[in-house]
Design a protein around this ligand. Structure first.
Ligand code: 8IG
Length: 273
């Protein structure tokens, strides 16, 4: 991405428009780990691509899987779905982590739905419960806006993050499911889970959820003027709060078990936009 992340995103969006025959998309959805089966709820995609085909994503052989990109019509909206995301803990640069977000913006999306799996810090949360992200604590030490200033034509990098997770979109989500809880998401680099002391610290800081994604993407999305909806699926109780430690397999299982219902949630929210 040496010719600049913004130009790279524009180039990827041009490839996307060619491949899909759609000059623009309206809504982007990033499906995090555990959310993959949710894609079925969004209906049959008209186009499916490997993220790598768009450019700007790392080659799949280098570090894991950069994911799959789908284009689907939902309630008359052109929806761009990213199945899988890239994380700092995989060794990716922050520009790479937020590339999908910037491609979405360049493709015309004014709204982005960021989903993730997270640990529950708030003791009232149950495993398998979706929670609306109301705000975040970015504890990654990174920012997608660090480095060279954005090129001409883009907003300045000193971005206001008030109401980053749109209260309007959260209200839309609550019309779909009035029982949805809201919470503050703490983003850490990982890939290790927290110590019990760190979880106690996070609770003291006001965190309800803890995970390793989303915050940087939300910042990049806001910078490009997109409205952000964040939804965490609680797939484990954070370390020290349950009876056992955090097992990665349990996290995957809880995600799979909840995928159909949270998929319907995302589809219903998109159809209300
Ligand atoms: I799923 O307990 C999932 N992702 N940092 N801590 C952190 N990330 C997570 C956790 C967790 N569960």
């Amino acid at each position: 991405m040496s010719n600049g992340p913004y130009l790279a995103a524009r180039a990827s969006a041009e490839v996307l428009a060619e491949r899909t025959g759609k000059a623009r998309h309206d809504v982007a959805v990033v499906l995090g780990s555990g959310w993959a089966p949710a894609v079925e709820a969004l209906g049959r995609p008209s186009h499916t691509m490997a993220a790598g085909e768009l450019g700007g994503f790392p080659a799949p052989t280098v570090a894991g899987h950069p994911g799959t990109v789908l284009s689907a019509e939902v309630a008359g909206l052109a929806v761009l779905v990213f199945l899988g995301r890239l994380h700092l803990y995989e060794g990716h640069h922050v520009e790479t982590v937020v590339h999908a977000v910037r491609v979405s913006a360049e493709a015309g999306c004014r709204t982005i739905v960021l989903t993730n799996a997270a640990g529950g810090v708030n003791p009232s949360y149950a495993v398998g419960q979706p929670v609306l992200i109301a705000d975040h604590l970015n504890l990654t030490g990174a920012s997608p806006l660090a480095g060279l200033p954005p090129p001409d034509g883009y907003a300045a990098r000193f971005v206001d993050l008030t109401d980053l997770y749109s209260s309007r979109l959260r209200a839309v989500a609550r019309t779909v499911d009035p029982s949805l809880a809201e919470g503050t998401y703490a983003a850490l680099r990982g890939p290790h889970y927290e110590t019990p002391s760190e979880v106690a610290m996070l609770a003291g800081l006001g965190a309800d959820l803890v995970g390793m994604s989303t915050a940087l993407e939300a910042i990049a999305a806001r910078h490009l003027g997109m409205e952000v909806l964040g939804i965490s699926l609680v797939t484990n109780v954070a370390a020290g709060l349950g009876h056992e430690g955090v097992a990665h397999e349990d996290v995957i299982k809880a995600g799979t078990a909840a995928a159909a219902s949270v998929g319907a949630l995302v589809a219903n929210v998109v159809s209300q936009l």
